[in-house]
Design a protein around this ligand. Structure first.
Ligand code: SF4
Length: 409
């Protein structure tokens, strides 16, 4: 069976701005003192500042604010939970509706790309200090970007063939187009950051021994959490990341299943369900062990998959996967009340119940820093950017002190 994943997701659901409509939206901004929207952004993207620039027709200045404050401004514009962060904090919520910060950010990053604005540049003068970053996800690449902007020599290592980490392999392209991720990464590459891809690094101290003055470990969470359900090793059972990766690598031109059960209640579970639906599955069902109010997925994501015809059954957890001829045939669920039961036919099961970190040795050594999902157990992209910025500041402090000690000797 050959299927094609369509990229029609958010574009259809939320049409983009043009210059006129973007300015109109920016003019609704109250130009708040101590803007709550900016205070609510973990990455410090400063929406109040870029909206103010746009309000006064300064598109370049607005795009520059985003790029300088957040190297993943394009990707965050697509996947950030605005309704729980800046837009929820927006002062206009108490009047009519919040400023559409996410859509304005998307528009401005598109303008930046369309007009090839050079908003960040590496300094001509290089600083002494070589840094390695393990992982090419948003935390690691933010660290790399911040360091390169200060003139440090940075090399990023990743086991995958393509940079981007979860942005490239863990989020359905229909929600986060690959060209958006690629553009964010291209600008980081333009700063002189070097990439060594397709190389798995298992020891931070080994990199230090190769001559790096500091190492950032932002290797993400790539190992699946163990699933203790009989039959979980049958053909047709996937871990969420493998499922999304397969869909992305083949453009959906592979058999991703016709009756698909996704187990989990987070954004990744919603992404898997949307991927299955866009790949042409007849029936896609999400099963989550808690209530919908307890589900960590964004409401917009839940509503979206429901609008595609995906059913969500809550308070049921898998007990057993029934296998026929080595392949999945049914899943037996048990209700949270301890009594209810369900037996559901499926040919594909996707476990989207979280990921675990692959071990990396030597992380407790001097000069080794950690951040992103690897350190915090898995949060949002914007939190990863925040971690990357903080790690870069700590690394710069460490390198400066180290250089100071050398000078004194
Ligand atoms: S909180 Fe809302 S109204 Fe106030 S500056 Fe931010 S976007 Fe404008």
């Amino acid at each position: 069976m050959s299927k094609v994943v369509k990229k029609e997701y958010l574009e259809e659901a939320v049409p983009g701005y043009n210059l006129r409509t973007a300015r109109e939206e920016a003019r609704r901004c109250l130009v708040c003192y101590d803007a709550p929207c900016s205070q609510a952004c973990p990455a410090g993207t400063d929406p109040a500042k870029f909206i103010r620039s746009l309000r006064f027709n300064n598109v370049k200045g607005a795009a520059e604010t985003i790029r300088k404050n957040n190297p993943f401004g394009g990707s965050c514009a697509k996947v950030c939970p605005y309704d729980q962060l800046c837009q929820e904090a927006c002062s206009r919520c108490g009047i009519d509706k919040p400023i559409e910060i996410g859509r304005l950010q998307s528009f401005l990053v598109e303008q930046e790309k369309a007009f090839d604005m050079k908003n960040i540049e590496a300094p001509a003068e290089k600083k002494a200090g070589k840094v390695a970053c393990i992982g090419a996800g948003p935390a690691s690449l933010t660290t790399a970007s911040q360091l390169a902007r200060q003139g440090y020599d940075v090399t990023v290592y990743d086991a995958e063939e393509k940079a981007g980490g979860m942005l490239t392999y863990g989020i359905v392209p229909a929600r986060l187009p690959q060209e958006t991720v690629d553009y964010d990464i291209k600008l980081i590459e333009d700063l002189g950051v070097k990439f060594v891809l397709g190389k798995k690094v298992e020891s931070a101290e080994a990199l230090k021994a190769e001559g790096y003055d500091a190492v950032f470990v932002g290797a993400g969470l790539w190992g699946p959490k163990t699933v203790d359900v009989p039959g979980a090793d049958a053909k047709g059972v996937y871990d969420a990341l493998d499922y999304l990766k397969k869909a992305r690598e083949t453009g959906g031109a592979c058999d991703l299943g016709n009756k698909v059960i996704v187990i989990g209640g987070g954004d990744v579970a919603m992404d898997c369900a949307a991927t299955a639906k866009l790949a042409g599955a007849d029936k896609v069902m999400i099963y989550y062990r808690r209530t919908i109010e307890e589900a960590p997925a964004e409401m917009a994501e839940i509503s979206y998959v429901q609008s595609m015809g995906v059913t969500i059954t809550t308070e049921f957890a898998p007990e057993e996967i029934l296998v026929q001829d080595g392949k999945v045939s049914f899943v037996r669920f048990k209700g949270r009340d301890g009594e209810s039961e369900a037996k559901v036919k499926a040919d594909t099961i996707v476990f989207a119940i979280g990921q675990a970190a692959d071990p990396i040795s030597g992380t407790d050594q001097e000069g080794i820093f950690m951040g992103g999902d690897f350190a915090n157990g898995g949060k949002t992209v914007v939190e990863a950017v925040k971690d990357g910025k903080e790690a870069a500041a700590a690394i710069i402090d460490y390198l400066e002190k180290k250089a100071g000690v050398k000078e004194c000797q």
